[in-house]
Design a binder for this molecule. Structure first.
Ligand code: ATP
Ligand code: MG
Length: 550
């Protein structure tokens, strides 16, 4: 491609060139073609943002097409989750189709190829077929069934459809070129026999088209202009083209881009399924999973995922994206939308000795400094507060701006305090931190301008509410879990400490009814309410820390 459009990615360059030349009547029609055999992951999100995004950008359309040609692995549960995930990401399909909608048309086309002497029924076993294909450097050997007559092929193929033959006993193959250096052109299989119930077509069919025979033709039927797929399909392109050309049907352009790989996770539905089935995680939507539903439950926003997909861009070579980029995108968006609240996750008691016994003040706290429209709320303040254990040190290092004996900090939205002494138990653990407050330093008062270096958050002991907080770490403890020693699998790289559950104290006013989607626990990180929450047992998931910690 020329670099006339330096700001466009290479797919946009192709599209703009086509639009300029009036190709496809200057229309753009893409599709997202998932197989409904699992939940979508962040790699699919990349493909969704690309396909739906291009349609949007060029005033075109994007179809959702379920590539449902493997009845034994597919299920309507997956169909539903895929629809939900796409809509949650903020996209809407122009049409929803299933490859199975085209089974009859595909079958008719197969008969046509047979009649033109371009397809034949092969009785060879799987093994014999792959042996016959041989290796790329040497021509393959032709099947002994390759020269069956058109009549015999047609008869056998019709009887395959009628259910006369058992699974695996015959296949239909395209008659192309057993000497091609491209193995996919060595008489690829078009149909196999599978007596299995299909989630949509039931028992209507017992022969099912292979991916290569179904995909391009489905694109063609839908009038797709640019069929975008990942790099591993580059070697399939000649076959994609061959079917469209030979059948003389609309010929979409297949364009390949590099699939998204993320560090510290895996991105294959089969392996994600294994994590679920072997119960290494709570389910497909476990917040540690790279699935869209997992990221959603973890507290990622759709905007942050779209932004991530945009930032990653479109590459022609495989690479691995650092998961910290995804986390960065989450922080960037959550900072704008998250409701601020105070929560103490590792509590120690702070007692203000000169604060009147029994007095409660309702202090104003800002809900979201990034969005004044969200207003303020009242937070109760009293003589006894919970603060984070880590916000106090007896023997602090230099530049420790939090609390220490004799030192001062501001309690967020409240007063400046000075620590006077601590109380310890028999083992020497601090059980209470004592301090005095300066009434004139209350936030918002005109005399409160006095500055101290540190500000810490707190929750009133009398008003604190307990909540379960789930802290997540990476699911795998190596950047590439698939990089295994002899005898190991990716399962051996699971991080045993990827989930830590603690009890924390949150603001009393926070409950199931008034909860919003995203919170920033001030100074701690971004959190969201988990679906396991009940009226009297709130559960929070940590989405991401406030700053990168790795
Ligand atoms: P998996 O190996 O995880 O099952 P798949 O490619 O078999 O993935 P499909 O349901 O066939 O899953 O994929 C639907 C679409 O999403 C395809 O166009 C595919 O190319 C694209 N896709 C899948 N994984 C990625 C990825 N990691 N990055 C970008 N696109 C992807
Ligand atoms: Mg696939």
């Amino acid at each position: 491609m020329s670099d006339n459009h330096p700001s466009l990615n290479f797919i946009e360059q192709i599209i703009e060139e086509d639009l300029k030349n009036g190709k496809n009547n200057s229309k753009v029609h893409t599709r997202f073609p998932p197989e409904p055999n699992g939940y979508l992951h962040i790699g699919h999100a990349k493909s969704i943002c690309l396909n739906f995004g291009l349609a949007k950008k060029y005033n075109g359309k994007c179809n959702l097409r379920f590539d449902d040609t493997n009845p034994t692995k597919e299920d309507t549960e997956y169909v539903e989750s895929i629809k939900e995930d796409i809509q949650w990401l903020g996209f809407q399909w122009a049409n929803i189709f299933y490859a199975s909608d085209y089974f009859e048309q595909l079958y008719q086309w197969a008969e046509r190829l047979i009649m033109e002497g371009l397809a034949y029924v092969d009785d060879s076993t799987q093994e014999e077929i792959s042996k016959g294909r041989g290796v790329p450097t040497k021509p393959g050997t032709e099947s002994p069934y390759r020269n069956r007559s058109v009549e015999e092929n047609l008869d056998l193929f019709r009887r395959m459809r009628a259910g006369e033959f058992p699974d695996g006993s015959k296949v239909l193959r395209a008659k192309i070129d057993m000497t091609s250096p491209n193995m996919h052109m060595r008489d690829p299989i078009m149909y196999r026999i599978l007596h299995a119930e299909h989630h949509k077509t039931g028992n209507k069919w017992c022969i099912y088209p292979m991916y290569d025979y179904a995909h391009g033709q489905s694109d063609s039927i839908e009038g797709i202009t640019h069929s975008i797929c990942t790099l591993e399909f580059e070697v399939h392109r000649p076959l994609y083209d061959w079917f469209c050309e030979t059948l003389k049907i609309h010929h979409p352009q297949q364009i390949e881009f590099a699939r998204l790989n993320l560090s510290y996770t895996i991105m294959s539905k089969r392996k994600l399924m294994q994590l679920v089935q072997e119960k290494h995680v709570m389910g497909w939507d476990d917040p540690r999973m790279p699935t869209i539903s997992g990221l959603r439950r973890r507290g990622y926003t759709a905007a942050s995922i779209r932004n991530f997909a945009e930032t990653v861009g479109v590459a022609k070579r495989d690479n691995i994206i650092d998961v910290s980029l995804l986390e960065f995108c989450a922080r960037e968006d959550l900072n704008k939308v998250a409701r601020r609240t105070m929560a103490v996750l590792d509590p120690v008691k702070l007692v203000i000795d000169n604060y009147p016994e029994g007095q409660i003040e309702e202090l104003d706290a800002v809900n979201n400094p990034e969005n004044p429209d969200e207003g303020t709320r009242k937070v109760p303040f009293g003589k006894e507060l919970w603060i984070e254990r880590a916000d106090f040190m007896e023997n602090p290092p230099k530049k420790f701006f939090r609390l220490t004996v004799g030192g001062e900090v501001r309690l967020k939205y409240a007063y400046i305090i000075k620590c006077t002494h601590v109380v310890k138990d028999a083992e020497g653990n601090i059980t209470e931190i004592h301090c005095e407050y300066y009434p004139e330093t209350r936030s918002g008062l005109s005399e409160s301008n006095r500055k101290v270096k540190g500000t810490i958050h707190w929750v009133s002991v009398k008003h604190a509410k307990k909540a379960e907080v789930r802290l997540f770490d990476r699911l795998f403890n190596v950047p590439d879990p698939d990089d295994c020693e002899e005898g190991q699998t990716f399962i051996d790289h699971i991080n045993p400490n990827s989930l830590v559950v603690i009890d924390g104290f949150i603001e009393e006013s926070l409950n199931l009814k008034n909860a919003v989607k995203h919170y920033q626990f001030e100074r701690t990180g971004y959190f969201c309410l988990d679906k396991d929450s009940t009226e009297d047992h709130l559960v929070f998931n940590k989405t991401v820390s406030l700053k990168a910690s790795y």
